[in-house]
Design a protein. Structure first.
Length: 450
C-alpha cells in the first residue's frame, strides 16, 4: 500500500464539476422515493408539499452559500456549527449530516437494485446493491478529479434521460387523472408528505463537503449551488406533475422504480423505449450514489480530523489524495444499512438528518453574523434576515411533521444523537480545544491604506 500523507486535499474542482456534483447528488430523488409522498397525501397534497419545500431550499441554499464561502471546510454544517456554538453544536450538526448522507447511500442502492431487477428479473435487488457499493467505493478512492469527471458525464446523461422521460409521457398527460382523488387524507396529508418532498432536493448541500477541493471557492461555489438548484427544481416539478397524470397515482405510489413503470404503462412493457429507459435509468441513480459516497466520506474525514471520530479516518492517501479510510468506513455503514429496514424508512431517517442539519446551519448563520462580524463573507445571503429565517421556520415545521408521523423512527434517530452526546461528554471532548487549523482559521477583511 502507498504511504499516507498529511490530511490535505487537492484543489481541482471547477464550476462544471460543482454543478455536476450538486445535481448528481440529488437527481436520484427524481427517479424514486418521492412517489411515496403520493401514498400519504395524493397528487395535489404532494404538489403543495413540494412547493413548500422548494421555497425552503431556495432560501436555504442562498443562505448556506454564505457559510460555505466564508468557511470552506470539508465538514460543512459541522464546521459552521462548531464555529458558532462550540463542541455540542458541532456534534449535533455533524451527527445530523452523517445520518443524512450515510443513509441516503443505501436508499439509493436499494433503488439501483430495484431498477436493475425491473430490467433483468433474475438479478436480485440486494446482490446488485452490494455490488454497486463496492464498485463506487473503489472509484471514489481513485481520486477526486477522476470522480468529478465521472460525475459530469453521468449527470449530463441523467438530466438528458429525465428530459426524454418528460417528452415521452407528456403527450399522454390527462388533467382528469392528475386531479382524481387529489387529497385523500385532507390537508394534513401535506405535512405527512414533507419528508418525501425533501427527497427531491436532499443532499444538494453536499457541495460544501468538497469545498477544500474547489479552485477559487469564493466564485465557484455559488455558481455550483445556484445552477444546480435551478436544474433540480425544473426536473422535480416536471417529472412529478407529468407522471401523476398518466394513470391512477396509486399504481405508482409504493414502488422503487416509478419512472420505468410509468413508461411501461404508456408504451407497453415490451416496447423498445421502455427497455431503453430502464437501462439508462440507472445513470441517474448512479450519479447520486456516487455523489453521496463522495459527500459522506468527506464528512467522516472532517469529523475525524477535528477529533470527533478516530483520527485514522482523516488520513489521506499519498498517491490518490483521497480520504480512503473515511470512504471505506462510509461503505461499511452503507453495507450494514442494506440488510435492515425498507427504502421508505431509510429515506425518512436520511431526511430527518438533513432537516436537523438545515436548522443547525441557519442558527449558525445568525450567530456568526453577530459573533464574527469581521469574518470575510464573499457571498452574503440575500434578503437577510428574511431568507435564513424562512428557511429555519420551514425546516422546523418539516422536522415537527416528521416526528409526529414517524414516532418510532424519530426515537431511533434521537437515541443515536443522545448516545453520541454521552460519548462526547464521557471522553471529555466537550472541553477539548479542536485541533483543526482549517476550521479555526480567521478569514477577516484587510484594509489596505491609500
Amino acid at each position: 500500500m502507498a504511504k499516507l500523507a498529511a490530511d490535505t486535499l487537492k484543489r481541482t474542482l471547477r464550476p462544471i464539476h460543482l454543478w455536476a456534483i450538486a445535481v448528481g447528488l440529488v437527481i436520484s430523488g427524481e427517479y424514486f422515493g418521492w412517489n411515496y409522498g403520493w401514498g400519504v397525501s395524493g397528487t395535489i397534497g404532494f404538489l403543495v408539499a413540494t412547493l413548500i419545500i422548494t421555497v425552503m431550499y431556495v432560501c436555504f441554499i442562498f443562505s448556506y452559500t454564505e457559510l460555505t464561502t466564508s468557511i470552506p471546510h470539508a465538514g460543512g454544517a459541522f464546521a459552521y456549527a462548531y464555529r458558532a456554538m462550540g463542541p455540542l453544536g458541532g456534534l449535533i450538526a455533524g451527527y445530523a449530516t452523517l445520518i443524512d448522507f450515510l443513509l441516503a447511500t443505501p436508499a439509493i442502492a436499494f433503488a439501483l437494485g430495484s431498477y436493475l431487477h425491473f430490467l433483468i428479473p433474475s438479478v436480485p435487488v440486494l446482490g446488485s446493491a452490494l455490488f454497486f457499493n463496492v464498485v463506487f467505493i473503489m472509484l471514489n478512492i481513485s481520486g477526486i478529479k477522476e470522480s468529478a469527471q465521472f460525475s459530469v458525464f453521468i449527470t449530463i446523461l441523467a438530466v438528458a434521460e429525465l428530459l426524454l422521460f418528460m417528452g415521452i409521457i407528456g403527450p399522454h398527460f390527462k388533467p382528469s387523472l392528475y386531479l382524481r382523488n387529489p387529497l385523500p387524507f385532507g390537508w394534513q396529508g401535506i405535512f405527512a408528505a414533507l419528508p418525501y418532498a425533501v427527497w427531491f432536493y436532499l443532499a444538494i448541500e453536499g457541495v460544501a463537503m468538497v469545498a477544500e477541493e474547489v479552485k477559487d471557492p469564493v466564485k465557484n461555489i455559488p455558481k455550483g449551488y445556484i445552477s444546480g438548484l435551478a436544474t433540480l427544481a425544473f426536473l422535480a416539478l416536471g417529472v412529478m406533475i407529468l407522471t401523476g397524470g398518466i394513470t391512477d397515482w396509486r399504481r405508482l405510489s409504493n414502488i422503487d422504480y416509478p419512472l420505468p413503470e410509468a413508461i411501461a404503462l404508456v408504451l407497453g412493457r415490451d416496447n423498445g423505449l421502455t427497455k431503453l429507459f430502464s437501462s439508462i435509468g440507472l445513470f441517474g441513480l448512479i450519479a447520486s450514489f456516487h455523489g453521496t459516497i463522495l459527500a459522506s466520506s468527506r464528512q467522516v474525514f472532517a469529523m475525524a480530523r477535528s477529533g470527533y471520530l478516530p483520527r485514522g479516518l482523516s488520513l489521506v492517501h499519498r498517491r490518490f489524495k483521497t480520504p480512503h479510510w473515511a470512504i471505506l468506513a462510509s461503505g461499511v455503514i452503507s453495507f450494514a444499512a442494506l440488510f435492515t429496514g425498507t427504502t421508505s424508512q431509510v429515506i425518512v431517517l436520511s431526511v430527518m438528518g438533513a432537516v436537523l442539519m438545515y436548522i443547525m446551519s441557519m442558527i449558525s448563520l445568525f450567530i456568526l453574523r453577530r459573533k464574527e462580524p469581521e469574518l470575510v463573507r464573499p457571498f452574503r445571503a440575500p434578503f437577510y434576515p428574511f431568507f435564513p429565517a424562512l428557511a429555519l421556520v420551514l425546516a422546523v415545521v418539516c422536522l415537527a411533521a416528521m416526528i409526529y408521523y414517524n414516532l418510532i423512527l424519530s426515537c431511533i434517530f434521537f437515541a443515536g444523537l443522545l448516545i453520541a452526546g454521552l460519548v462526547l461528554f464521557a471522553t471529555g471532548k466537550h472541553r477539548m480545544e479542536i485541533e483543526d487549523d482549517a476550521l479555526l482559521e480567521k478569514r477577516v477583511a484587510v484594509t489596505i491604506p491609500d
